[in-house]
Design a protein around this ligand. Structure first.
Ligand code: ATP
Ligand code: MG
Length: 577
C-alpha cells in the first residue's frame, strides 16, 4: 500500500471528549470516525487492525474445532420472550416494531438464537458435542457509552456457544475454551489474567473473565500475591477477618449515644474500632412487579458489594431482582426506621416485608455495637451467636488489606479491562426454550450449554492502553496495521525515491505487510504519522541508503539501528518471532 493512496485522515487536533489514549489515538490516527454516542465507523486502518484480530481469533477457534457461522443481527422478540429475558435484560436491549408491528431486538448476545438453531436440527446425542461461533455486530444500549471502543453501543464480539450431552463434556469444553482464550490473548501480546467472575444477565453456574490489567480499566480484580487466586472484585472472597485489639467487652445493654448517626462518630464516641460496629445498609430490590426493602448488616469498616448483595438477595428469596436501588433518607424514614440508628433487633416487627441479610464475617461475632432502631440509642454487648437462623451471606467487598480465601496470603487490587468471558450455562436456555435431544437410552434430555465471548473491538482499546506511549499508538506485533512503513526521507531526490520503491516491492514480494510513505511531505511530518499510527517499524531511506545502509526504528520503545540493505528482509522476518 502507498501512503499517498491510503485513506487515513490523521490529525494533530486532540479530540475533546477522548479521555483515554486509546480513544484519542484511534481518532487522531484516522482509524475511526465517531457517528454518534457509542457509534463508530471503522476507516481502512481501523478495519485492517480489526481484521487482523478477527483472523487470529478465527485461527485459534478453528484449531479447537469450533465452527464459524454468522447469526442474524435482528432477532424476533418472541425468542427473547421465550427465554424470559425480554423483560429481564433491561434497557440495554434495544427493541422496535417492524412494519407489520412485530417486535424485534438488536442482538446484545445470541443465546436464544443459537438455541433455536440447535433445537431445530440436533435430535440425538450422536450429533453432540458442537461448538459454533461467530464474530459479528452486537448492540447494547449502554447507559454510559464512553472511552471509544471500550464501551460502545454497537461493537463486535466473538461469541461461541457449545452444546453437550453431559456436564462432564461441558466441563471439558470450558477448560478447552479457557486454553483457547489464553492462546488468543498471548498471541495478541497482552498481559492478562483469568479471574473468577459473576455471571450477570447471561446466567449459569460458573464463569471466568479474561481481563487485561490497565489503570484506566472500569473493573477491579483482586489478585493473591502468593497463590493463583484471582477474582473480579464483584465476587472476590476473603479469609475470615482477624479481630483487632481493643475488644469492647460489655454486657448487653441499651446505651444513650447522642448524635452518632455515622460509623465515624460512633467509633469516636465509644473509642472502639469500626470492626466491632455493625452498620446497616438499606436498599430496594427491583422486582418485575414493584420493589422490596432489604437490609444488609456489615462490619463498620466494610463496604457493601452490590453484585454480591444482589446475588445474596436472589439466593435467599428465590426471586429474580434485576438490581438493588438506593433508598433515600425519606423513604427509609417512611418505613419507620431511624436513619443512622438501624439495628437488627426487632427490625422485622417494624418492617415485616424487609429481607434481612448479615455478612458472613459477622457469623458467631460478639462484642458488637449496633443501632437500637431508636434515634440516639445503640445496643452494646451484642452477641450474634445467641441467635439461631440468621441469614449469613458473603456481601462485603474484599479489600486489599484482607487475606486470600485460599491461602491466607496478601491480596492486591488492580484496575482491569474485561476482554473475554466464558460461562457454563448448564440447561438454563435449553430448559426455558424446551430444547431437547434423545440420549443413549432414548430418554429426552435438555442440552448442557456453554458460551464464550470476546470483545473484539474492545480488544483494540485494551492493546493500545497497555502498549501506547505519549506519541501515539503502539500495537502488538499481531495487531499492528502494517509491519513496516518505508519512509523516503527526501522524495525530491529521485535516486532515493527509486530505491524506496524498489525496497517496497522487495518487501511485498517477501510477504511482508508494508506501507510506502511516498507522500511529498516533510520528513518530520511523516515520522509524526509513523509514531501516531504505530506501524511496527519504520525503515528510513536517507542519504546513507545509497551507500547500502538504512535505519530501522522499532515503534515499541522507538529504538533505532542501522542495518545493511541486504539484511532488510531477513531482519523484518526475524522481527516477527
Ligand atoms: P461489561 O461488564 O464490561 O459491561 P459484560 O460482562 O456485560 O461487559 P459480556 O456479556 O460478558 O459483557 O460480553 C462479552 C464481551 O463483550 C465482554 O467481555 C466485553 O469484552 C465485550 N463487551 C461487552 N459490552 C461491551 C461494550 N459495550 N462495548 C464493547 N465491548 C463490550
Ligand atoms: Mg462479562
Amino acid at each position: 500500500m502507498r501512503f499517498s493512496a491510503l485513506f487515513a485522515p490523521t490529525t494533530k487536533e486532540i479530540p475533546k471528549d477522548a479521555l483515554l489514549k486509546s480513544h484519542r489515538y484511534m481518532l487522531q490516527g484516522g482509524y475511526l470516525q465517531q457517528m454518534g454516542s457509542g457509534l463508530y465507523h471503522f476507516l481502512p486502518l481501523g478495519h485492517k487492525v480489526l481484521s487482523k484480530i478477527r483472523a487470529l481469533i478465527k485461527e485459534v477457534m478453528d484449531s479447537y474445532g469450533a465452527q464459524e457461522c454468522t447469526l442474524g443481527f435482528v432477532v424476533p422478540a418472541s425468542l427473547w420472550q421465550e427465554s424470559g429475558r425480554f423483560e429481564q435484560y433491561g434497557k440495554e436491549l434495544l427493541s422496535f416494531l417492524d412494519r407489520k408491528n412485530n417486535p424485534c431486538v438488536l442482538s446484545p448476545t445470541h443465546e436464544e438464537a443459537i438455541t433455536q438453531i440447535i433445537k431445530a436440527h440436533v435430535k440425538s446425542y450422536k450429533q453432540l458435542p458442537l461448538n459454533l461461533y461467530q464474530t459479528h455486530t452486537k448492540f447494547r444500549d449502554e447507559i454510559r457509552p464512553r472511552f471509544g471502543l471500550m464501551r460502545a453501543r454497537e461493537f463486535v464480539m466473538k461469541d461461541a456457544y457449545s452444546f453437550h450431552a453431559s456436564t462432564e463434556c461441558l466441563d471439558r469444553e470450558f477448560e478447552r475454551m479457557h486454553a483457547a482464550y489464553s492462546e488468543i490473548f498471548t498471541k495478541l501480546g497482552l498481559d492478562f489474567r483469568a479471574v473468577e467472575a459473576d455471571s450477570g444477565a447471561i446466567g449459569g453456574s460458573k464463569s471466568k473473565e479474561f481481563v487485561v490489567l490497565a489503570e484506566c480499566g472500569e473493573d477491579s480484580v483482586i489478585v493473591c500475591q502468593n497463590c493463583a487466586y484471582a477474582a473480579n472484585i464483584e465476587i472476590a472472597k476473603r479469609a475470615k477477618r482477624v479481630e483487632p485489639d481493643n475488644v469492647p467487652k460489655a454486657h448487653f445493654a441499651k446505651f444513650h449515644t447522642p448524635n452518632t448517626p455515622t460509623i465515624e462518630k460512633l467509633s469516636a464516641f465509644f473509642k472502639v474500632p469500626p470492626y466491632f460496629l455493625m452498620k446497616a445498609v438499606i436498599k430496594k430490590a427491583r422486582l418485575h412487579e414493584g420493589a422490596r426493602p432489604v437490609v444488609f448488616f456489615l462490619r463498620g469498616d466494610d463496604q457493601l458489594e452490590e453484585t454480591k448483595a444482589l446475588n445474596a438477595f436472589n439466593r435467599s428469596t428465590q426471586q429474580n431482582a434485576l438490581e438493588l436501588e438506593e433508598m433515600s433518607a425519606k423513604e427509609i424514614a417512611q418505613l419507620g426506621l431511624p436513619v443512622g440508628y438501624i439495628g437488627a433487633y426487632g427490625i422485622k416487627h417494624l418492617v415485616p416485608d424487609i429481607e434481612v441479610i448479615f455478612d458472613i464475617d459477622l457469623q458467631e461475632a460478639d462484642c458488637l455495637i449496633c443501632g437500637a432502631n431508636e434515634v440516639d440509642q445503640h445496643f452494646v454487648g451484642v452477641d450474634l451467636s445467641s441467635f439461631a437462623n440468621l441469614n449469613y451471606q458473603d456481601i462485603a467487598q474484599t479489600r486489599p488489606e484482607d487475606a486470600c480465601p485460599e491461602c491466607q496470603g496478601a491480596l492486591s487490587a488492580q484496575r482491569s479491562i474485561e476482554v473475554g468471558h466464558i460461562f457454563k450455562l448448564g440447561n438454563k436456555y435449553s430448559k426455558s426454550m424446551e430444547a431437547t435431544y434423545l440420549d443413549k437410552e432414548g430418554q429426552t434430555q435438555y442440552f448442557e450449554m456453554g458460551c464464550y465471548g470476546i470483545g473484539v473491538t474492545r480488544l483494540m482499546s485494551a492493546i493500545l492502553e497497555q502498549n501506547s506511549d505519549e506519541k501515539g499508538c503502539v500495537w502488538s506485533k499481531a495487531s499492528a496495521p502494517f509491519e513496516v512503513v518505508v519512509v523516503v526521507a527526501n522524495p525530491k531526490d529521485s535516486a532515493l525515491e527509486a530505491l524506496g520503491a524498489q525496497i517496497y516491492e522487495e518487501l511485498k514480494g517477501a510477504g511482508i505487510d508494508v506501507l510506502l510513505d511516498d507522500r511529498p511531505d516533510r520528513f518530520g511530518a511523516k515520522m509524526a504519522d509513523f509514531e501516531l499510527i504505530g506501524c511496527s517499524h519504520a525503515l528510513i531511506i536517507g542519504k546513507q541508503a545509497l551507500e547500502g545502509q538504512v535505519e530501522l526504528i522499532t515503534r515499541q520503545g522507538l529504538s533505532k539501528r542501522i542495518i545493511a540493505r541486504e539484511a532488510i528482509v531477513s531482519t523484518l522476518l526475524e522481527a516477527r518471532s
